[in-house]
Design a protein around this ligand. Structure first.
Ligand code: FES
Length: 104
């Protein structure tokens, strides 16, 4: 059962960058790679409280702005201390120039 919700214009997310999207009291991070693949994760770090969308994107990795824990945003995998719990990821699709996220 999919619950696709329109998040934003695809162009709003820069290449190799991340955008924050707030919906229903939750925050999501939407990523776009250099070759225009889109991904979405929870926007709150699994370590302490920080918005991942305030972090730094390099390739397919995002670094948390607070203690520099890194995640692979394609899988949510926690890559280095202090983060050890994976970020939750969500399916993404782009239709007619808009990003949709399956927020379930
Ligand atoms: Fe993200 Fe600590 S809050 S690494």
């Amino acid at each position: 059962d999919r619950n696709w919700v329109k998040a934003c214009d695809a162009k709003k997310v820069g290449r190799e960058d991340v955008a924050r999207w707030d919906h229903s009291g939750r925050s999501f991070a939407i990523f776009r790679t250099a070759d225009d693949q889109y991904y979405a994760t929870d926007d709150i770090c699994t370590h302490e409280y920080a918005h991942i969308s305030d972090g730094f994107v390099e390739g397919t990795t995002v670094e948390c702005p607070r203690h520099a824990g890194c995640f692979d945003f394609r899988t949510g995998e926690a890559l280095n201390p202090p983060v050890c719990v994976n970020l939750r990821t969500f399916p993404v699709k782009v239709v007619d120039g808009a990003v949709y996220i399956d927020i379930d």
